[in-house]
Ligand binder design. Structure first.
Ligand code: TYD
Ligand code: MG
Length: 467
C-alpha cells in the first residue's frame, strides 16, 4: 500500500502542529503563524538527506541499536572540547566547542555573525574547516578574510558555495573536516522537501539531517541563522529544539559593542556573556568590559549611578542613567532600556510609599548604558540611586558604587557573590561601596582598601548617598 504524503500546519513560533489551518496558534496564541508543511510518506528510510547522513555516519541500517547502560558505566571523562581561539566564544560555549555538537548562531542581518565565525575559524589551530556559504560568493568571503587581517592559526579553511544539502554532505565526506560552518541555514535546501529554501519545512528538515550527521560522525556544525523582526529566530522555536546550543549575537547596530549570549546550551551554562567591539578589521574581544561601560566624564552629573551587577560569573560595573521630569500630560510616562519596566514601577512605588518621594506625577526614563540588558536584582539600588539623583538634581560622587536588591518594604536584600563584586569595584578604583548589611556576615572589611558601607533599608542608602 502506497503511503500518502500528509499535510500538517506547524506554528512558526512555537512549533505546535495542527491537522487543519487555524488563524491563531492553539498553543502560544500567536496569530497567523501556522504554516503548511508536508510530511513525507516513506517511513523508515527517511529523506535522502537523512539517508546520506546515516550512511556517512557509518550506521548499518540501524541494526546496531543502542542498549540501556547503567549510569555508572557511562564514560564521561572530561569531554574533549575544541578550542575556538577566542576566549569570549569559548566561555559562552561552556569551555569550547564539543565535537559532534550542533550550534546555532542567531542574530539580525548585519550584526556580524559571518564576521565572528570567519575570524574564529581563521584563527583556529590545526583544524580543517569547511565553510559552506549560501549567501556570499567565494570572492566575497576571500575579501572579508583579507579585511580581517587575522594572523592565521594554521587551520585549513575550505570555502564551498552551495545551497543543496545533499551536495554539502558529499563534500563533507570528501574533505573530512573537523568543523562545518553553514552560512546560513535559511539558504540551505534539501531535495527531500519540495518547498523553497527558508521555509519552515526546509529549515526543519535540514537541521534535523545535520543533527543526525553531527551526532553520527563526530563533526561539529555551526549554523548561522537570521532573526526575524519579532526577534525570534526565523524558522524559529523548532530550530531551537533541534540544536544543542543556541547563541545569540545582539547589540544595537549603532553601538560599538556586540553581545554574544547563550540562550540554550546542552554543554554549559546559559548565563554567560561575551562582549565584542566591531572594528574596521573585525570583532575585537572586550576582556575588560567594566572599563568600557563606564563613561569617563560623569563627575558632577546628576541621574547617574554605578551599580555592580553579575553577568554570568563576571561582575560588571554598570552605569545606570535616569531622567526624572514633571509629566507634561496627564499620565506619567515610564520608559526603560535594558531594565524591566515593571521592576522600575515597583521600585518607584517603594520610593513613594516607604521613603516618601512623590514620583507619581513624574516622567521617569531609565537607561542601562552600553546596550546591556540586566536581570541581576542587585542593580535595584543603582536604579533607585539614579532616579533620586535625577529627581533632586543631586550628583552622586563618582567614587561610589552600589549593589543591593530592594524588597517591597524598602529593605535591602543580600546579593550573590559579594566578594567578587567588591573585588571588581576595588580594581576599578572605587573608594566606597554601599552594600546590603546581610552581606557583611563573614566578610572582613579590613581586607579591602575600598570602604564598605552596609545598609539595611533604602532610607539609610539615601542618607549615605545624598547626606
Ligand atoms: P556581517 O558579518 O556580514 O553580518 P551578518 O553575517 O550578521 O549579516 O557584518 C556586518 C557588518 O559589519 C557590515 O555591515 C560591515 C561591518 N564590518 C566591520 O565593521 N568591520 C569588519 O571588519 C567587517 C568584516 C565587517
Ligand atoms: Mg552574513
Amino acid at each position: 500500500m502506497a503511503a500518502k504524503d500528509k499535510t500538517v500546519y506547524v506554528c512558526e513560533y512555537c512549533g505546535q502542529d495542527s491537522v487543519r489551518w487555524v488563524g491563531k496558534c492553539p498553543a502560544c496564541g500567536k496569530w497567523n503563524t501556522m504554516k503548511e508543511m508536508t510530511l513525507r510518506a516513506e517511513k523508515n528510510t527517511g529523506s535522502s538527506a537523512a539517508r546520506a547522513a546515516l550512511k556517512a555516519a557509518g550506521a548499518t541500517d540501524g541494526r546496531e541499536r543502542p542498549r540501556p547502560l547503567n549510569v555508572h558505566e557511562i564514560d564521561a571523562d572530561a569531554e574533549p572540547r575544541m578550542d575556538m581561539g577566542d576566549a569570549e566564544l569559548n566561555r559562552v560555549l561552556g569551555g569550547g566547542l564539543v565535537p559532534g555538537s550542533l550550534v546555532l548562531l542567531g542574530g539580525e542581518p548585519g550584526i556580524g555573525k559571518s564576521t565572528l565565525v570567519l575570524q574564529t575559524v581563521l584563527r583556529m589551530k590545526g583544524r580543517r574547516v569547511l565553510y559552506v556559504s549560501g549567501e556570499e560568493s567565494a570572492r566575497q568571503i576571500k575579501l572579508r578574510a583579507d579585511r580581517l587581517q587575522t594572523a592565521s592559526g594554521g587551520s585549513e579553511l575550505l570555502v564551498l558555495c552551495e545551497t543543496c544539502l545533499e551536495q554539502v554532505f558529499e563534500r563533507i565526506e570528501e574533505t573530512q573536516p573537523h568543523l562545518v560552518v553553514m552560512d546560513s541555514i535559511q539558504t540551505m535546501q534539501t531535495e527531500s522537501v519540495e518547498s523553497s529554501p527558508g521555509s519552515l519545512s526546509q529549515i526543519r528538515e535540514c537541521a534535523a539531517s545535520l543533527l543526525k550527521y553531527a551526532k553520527g560522525g563526530g563533526v561539529s556544525i555551526i549554523l548561522i541563522g537570521h532573526i526575524n523582526k519579532e526577534g525570534s529566530l526565523a524558522g524559529p522555536k523548532v530550530l531551537e529544539h533541534i540544536v544543542d546550543t543556541v547563541l545569540q549575537f545582539e547589540g544595537d547596530q549603532h553601538h560599538l559593542y556586540r553581545i554574544l549570549r547563550s540562550i540554550k546550551n546542552r554543554f554549559g551554562s546559559t548565563s554567560e556573556l561575551g562582549i565584542y567591539e566591531m572594528r574596521h578589521n573585525g570583532l575585537r574581544e572586550v576582556t575588560n568590559p567594566s572599563e568600557l561601560l563606564l563613561s569617563d566624564n560623569r563627575e558632577g552629573l546628576s541621574g547617574i549611578a554605578i551599580a555592580c551587577a553579575m553577568e554570568g560569573v563576571r561582575p560588571l560595573m554598570i552605569e545606570t542613567q535616569a531622567l526624572v521630569s514633571t509629566a507634561a500630560y496627564g499620565t506619567a510616562q515610564r520608559s526603560t532600556t535594558g531594565f524591566e519596566n515593571r521592576r522600575l514601577n515597583m521600585l518607584l512605588a517603594v520610593l513613594e510609599k516607604r521613603v516618601g518621594f512623590k514620583l507619581a506625577a513624574k516622567d521617569v526614563f531609565l537607561n542601562i548604558a552600553g546596550g546591556l540588558r540586566v536581570t541581576d536584582p542587585a542593580i535595584d539600588l543603582g536604579v533607585m540611586a539614579a532616579v533620586l539623583s535625577s529627581n533632586g538634581d543631586m550628583p552622586i560622587d563618582s567614587d561610589v558604587c552600589v549593589a543591593g536588591e530592594v524588597g517591597l518594604s524598602g529593605e535591602i536584600r543580600p546579593v550573590s557573590r559579594i566578594e567578587q563584586r567588591i573585588a571588581e569595584a576595588q580594581r576599578l578604583g572605587f573608594r566606597r561601596m554601599i552594600l546590603p548589611a546581610h552581606n557583611m556576615n563573614g566578610l572582613n572589611p579590613s581586607q579591602y582598601q575600598i570602604q564598605l558601607i552596609p545598609v539595611r533599608r533604602v532610607v539609610e542608602a539615601v542618607r549615605e548617598l545624598f547626606g
